[in-house]
Design a protein around this ligand. Structure first.
Ligand code: PLP
Length: 502
């Protein structure tokens, strides 16, 4: 291991510094700094402007390194990272599309990034206009009446949407509706959000072709059902062709339809959840509307509702009247489901989404069809080597159930690890839970045919290696800085502090 590849604490040497301040420099509060006899600089005097009670008693245990050590260390660490800007990232269900740089430039413009959430309404009219018009654009794209942009993530949007659903029933005095139907193919956040919202989960089965079983659904509908949560296309990337009939059945039984819009990408400009009969939905701005994500954020999960639910949306809301944008937050409307976030949510992510929508313009209608074409191209090109459990035209993603030839003992995990040796991010594996060896691939619309052909080649090569040298595939990866990790220990008992290591 190279010296500067170690932990930054391990390359620390006493007294080594990465800065030099002028002798006798003057601090903000007029104190002079002093040079210590050993030549290092004491900045003790600057601390005098900080109340004594807040000062640490012992020096912070920071690494002592030169500027060059720091630059090399972090440059090397960053090179070990993998992102959509490093290579193809076919992580199913996550929509790892390229995020245009112009989004960042606009979001980081000081006129926006320098705003303070407590500024007066008059001084942030431009930001409120963006907030308001982003909501209008999302309404147009989804066919729903209004949006709140405050939830911080997809799962947070689900919780907010379910709070709206519950509030709607409670306002009508319909207190019996405490159960929500979730398909067995649903993303794990769906039942989790329903549980957090205090709702009981009822599972509806899928048919052999991967869509919701309407016969099973009919048997579940009664006056205790608050609604159904659906993803369309579902987590297998398959379009729910019965959605209009499902909407009719659920509405007839007095329930509402929730749309998990994390899979909105293939629908953009092609069809609208509101037109399919959905009452409530969330959008993952960080997936469909191109904000870098992974590693936990930042995200944004706007929630949209049909006209009859607008009053149940959370506060605060941005309204427009008499040429002025206003934040309605002080007086909570009685009908509102409450408040779900501090201030206005992740405004920077909203800015990126708005920039993305405006810069694509009418071109946004090509997003869904190209994402769909790319997924079907990869699927059809690999069907000889990988097992396709549901064989139909997919939308933006699809699922293989491991290799077609099961005799080698090579698993989905082995394939995912071997792809790392070839410089690819692994697809999503072992999700959805409907199959034992799920490999879920989502190429997105931003990849060229050349990139897809390269990936298809590598996937074929791995399938061949599984036959010719299965042990080599089972022991992959061979070229990464670390090999197979103990993922259970890493998840359950992570060592996050340098001190814990020694
Ligand atoms: C990503 C995803 C979610 C959750 O979104 P987060 O922003 O990660 O909370 C929910 N449902 C589906 C189908 C998803 O793909």
């Amino acid at each position: 291991m190279k010296y500067y590849d170690k932990l930054i604490f391990e390359i620390s040497r006493p007294g080594r510094v990465g800065y030099s301040l002028p002798k006798n420099w003057s601090t903000d509060n007029g104190q002079q700094s002093t040079d210590k006899p050993d030549g290092s600089l004491s900045i003790v005097n600057c601390q005098l402007s900080i109340p004594k009670v807040l000062l640490r008693e012992t020096p912070a245990e920071l690494p002592e390194v030169s500027e060059l050590d720091v630059v090399r260390h972090y440059t090397n660490v960053s090179n070990k990272n993998f992102g959509v800007e490093t290579g193809f990232y076919p992580l199913g269900s996550c929509t790892m599309k390229y995020n245009p740089k112009i989004n960042e430039e606009i979001a980081h413009h000081p006129a926006f990034s320098g705003l303070h959430p407590l500024q007066s309404e008059e001084s942030v009219q431009g930001a409120l206009a963006i907030y308001y018009h982003t909501a209008r654009a999302l309404s147009e794209l989804t066919g729903l009446a209004d949006f709140t942009l405050t939830p911080f993530a997809g799962a947070h949007g689900e919780l907010t949407g379910l709070m709206v659903m519950r509030q709607y029933h409670l306002l009508r005095g319909d207190t019996k509706r405490t159960r929500v139907i979730v398909p067995d193919s649903a993303h794990g956040t769906n039942p989790a959000s329903a549980a957090v919202c205090g709702l009981e989960i009822v599972e509806v089965k899928s048919t052999a072709n991967g869509t919701v079983d309407t016969n099973d659904l009919k048997g579940l509908l009664d006056d205790t059902i608050a609604g159904i949560m659906m993803t369309n296309p579902n987590t297998l990337g398959i379009y729910e062709t019965q959605v209009v009939e499902i909407a009719r059945l659920v509405h007839e039984a007095g329930g509402l339809l929730y749309y998990d819009g994390a899979n909105l990408n293939p629908m953009l400009g092609a069809s609208r959840p509101g037109d399919m009969g959905f009452d409530i939905m969330h959008i993952n701005l960080h997936k469909t509307f191109s904000t870098p994500h992974g590693g936990g954020g930042p995200g944004s999960g706007p929630v949209g509702v049909a006209a009859h639910l607008v009053d149940c949306l959370p506060n605060p809301r941005v309204t427009f009247a008499d040429g002025k944008y206003k934040v309605e937050s002080g007086k909570m409307k009685d009908e509102s489901c409450g408040r779900v976030a501090a201030f206005m949510g992740n405004f920077g992510v909203v800015m990126k989404a708005y920039t993305y929508i405006l810069s694509l313009g009418k071109g946004i209608k090509h997003v869904g069809p190209i994402a769909t074409l790319n997924a079907n191209y990869v699927k059809e090109s690999l069907r000889d080597a990988y097992y396709l459990p549901v064989d139909t035209v997919c939308k933006h993603e699809f699922v293989f159930d491991g290799l077609a030839d099961k005799s080698t003992g090579v698993t989905t995990l082995d394939i995912a690890k071997r792809l790392l040796d070839y410089g690819y991010h692994a697809p999503t594996i072992y999700f959805p839970l409907l199959f034992h060896q799920s490999i879920m691939i989502e190429p997105t619309e931003t990849e060229s045919k050349e990139t897809l052909d390269d990936f298809i080649d590598i996937m074929h090569r791995v399938a061949e290696e599984a036959l010719s040298d299965p042990d080599m595939v089972k022991s992959a990866p061979h070229t990464t800085p670390v090999r197979r990790l103990d993922e259970t220990t890493a998840a359950k008992n992570p060592l996050l502090k340098y001190r814990d290591l020694i």
